[in-house]
Design a protein around this ligand. Structure first.
Ligand SMILES: [Zn+2]
Ligand SMILES: [Zn+2]
Length: 67
């Protein structure tokens, strides 16, 4: 797994909060038999580095970093 992006809200969360979110997301995928996973892949854009939602990243629309 990638170490994470410094501009990603999920990657910069405290460890326990991140763990909780990962667990919750995994549980939702399990409950919906992977449908939510497919829906997620089909609709949302993801970061190629950490695989989190690209909307959670503090990047400009052109892909450059905000700082
Ligand atoms: Zn991330
Ligand atoms: Zn990222």
């Amino acid at each position: 797994m990638a170490s994470g992006c410094r501009d990603c809200k999920t990657c910069t969360k405290p460890g326990i909060a991140r763990w909780m979110q990962d667990w919750t997301v995994g549980f939702i995928h399990l409950c919906t038999a992977g449908i939510s996973l497919l829906a997620k892949r089909g609709t949302a854009r993801h970061c190629p580095q950490c695989k989190h939602y690209l909307s959670n990243h503090a990047r400009r629309r052109d892909g450059s970093f905000q700082d």
